[in-house]
Design a protein around this ligand. Sequence first.
Ligand code: NAP
Length: 249
Amino acid sequence: MFDLTGKVAIVTGCNTGLGQGMALALANAGADIVGVNRSNPAETADLVQKTGRKFHNVNADMSKMDSVDRILKEAITAFGKVDILVNNAGIIRRNDALDFTEQDWDEVMNLNIKALFFMSQGFAKHIIAQGTSGNIINIASMLSYQGGIRVPSYTASKSAVMGITKSLANEWAKHGINVNAIAPGYMATNNTEALRADENRSEEILGRIPAARWGTPKDMAGPIVFLASEASRYVHGYTIAVDGGWLAR
Ligand code: NAP
């Protein structure tokens, strides 16, 4: 049920961090990978190819609307079809709400929610045209559930990710498309570098995680394969927290 042999998975932002971990997990389960990156994903390409699967990179800035069509066309030219979409690319901007700029609002919202929606729309059109089933997995956050501090546009965007996951599941389940999300807890990647560098915040965060450690890209492997595979065929519109127990506190 967890076998992805013969499937094609698009993973946005997979040159590093959680995207790299998920691309590798999907390849280990048998999928060929289409990476979508603005930075060179050489390390990910190498790791995926070592599993025996293929890796095709599309160089694109996901915050630009014209990327969507090109990404899907390139994926289909490379592998003939698409089956799985992981909307992972995301950014964060930190500042007091009183000083927060329009640019920090727009850049985060454009990538984290607008691009995620239109990428999903383009993907769903292809799945329906192919007449196959498909799986969309959106990457949410603890700030899909909680308010956070000094990250207003990130909280707004990730709360919206959880909402749109339910909304798209409602419309597309009838087309055989499962739309779900993963909400990572506090994971050791570039995204949390500033937090981990702040001794007080880092200690506060770690003290609240029942698993008593930061998460890693490997912790995403099981949940991403589950949501990309037959094993989750009747799971629609749900967000799975992969958080070391953070939300249970
Ligand atoms: P990361 O290491 O900063 O990775 C983010 C990825 O998105 C990178 O590959 C980055 O590419 C890519 N990206 C950023 N802007 C892009 C753009 N305009 N076009 C294409 N790609 C772009 O952070 P991460 O922690 O792995 O984050 C992955 C996802 O998990 C994000 O959606 C993040 O919000 C979410 N998340 C992370 C945590 C955590 O604790 N780390 C917790 C909850 C949710 P570059 O390397 O070129 O910047």
